[in-house]
Ligand binder design. Sequence first.
Ligand code: NAP
Length: 306
Amino acid sequence: MSQIYDRVALIGLGLIASSMYWAIKRAGLAGEVTGYARSEATRDTARRIGLCDRVCDTAQEAVEGADLVVLCVPVGAMGPVAKDIAPVLKPGATVSDVGSVKRHVIQDVGPHIPEGVHFVPAHPLAGTEHSGPESGFAELFDNRWCLLVPVEGSDPAAIARLRALWEGMGSNVDEMDADHHDLVLAVTSHAPHLIAYTMVGVADDLRRVTDSEVIKYSAAGFRDFTRIAASDPTMWRDVFLTNKDATLEILGRFTEELFALQRAIRTGDGQHLFDYFTRTRAIRRGIIDAGQDTDAPDFGRVKAKS
Ligand code: NAP
């Protein structure tokens, strides 16, 4: 794979930025990658583990001379970061982001993009429940989708170049409109996270989550909720605050379906439950057939040594 950008700047050095760095290096997609994180502790960690060719003490220093700047901070921090770096952006450069919500990021970042600089928002649909500079790995984006969400007037050449970068990092790339993106993600990611947070919260409220039985027998389903509910609190707070409408719409539908299932249980309507679970099982099959998960039992977890 050949070099796509001379210089890339990653602003925010957490899970996504660190995975991008290792994936860019794996394929030689950029000449130099600079990085910036707001805390000294994160910058020190980045320097210690060799994350980025150059770690800078200010965002402006990291961005100077960059052909591509990727904002890898929580959604609520994108606007202030864009405002900070705007004066030093190189003419002809592209600004992108990896935020999990798109309409809000476009509204917050767009006004700060100077004339002559391209803005191409993006969202890699890949992640783990871990965060911070040491959580990234080069394979995170392999065979995962990255959605590009061009804004009105986005330069086709800038879009094509960013697409090549994501493909070079292992992703499949699609383009989508911001509102549609936010609705799709509310269904596939945001609402499921809220449900996981709730389920773990319910167990905690029952004061049984620390009981040895709940932990010991958690493989019965609860364990998978706890993994999702361990995701970064700042990131997820921002997702719900900024994708309010789509998330509330999906949660409304969820509540209706939940009531219907509740009713079926109360009235002993086994046919309703059976038909419902048959339909959902087919969706799981579709995800496996699309190569987005493995068919291995127990989600492919490596068995603990006895
Ligand atoms: P992360 O591991 O928690 O890292 C976040 C980074 O942003 C850290 O370097 C942090 O700096 C910096 N930061 C936090 N608040 C900031 C602020 N107010 N101003 C400036 N910098 C700030 O997060 P991540 O998982 O990489 O997520 C980054 C972005 O990717 C988010 O927008 C998220 O929605 C999106 N995303 C996440 C996932 C996922 O599964 N995690 C998947 C796809 C997209 P310090 O370390 O110095 O605090």
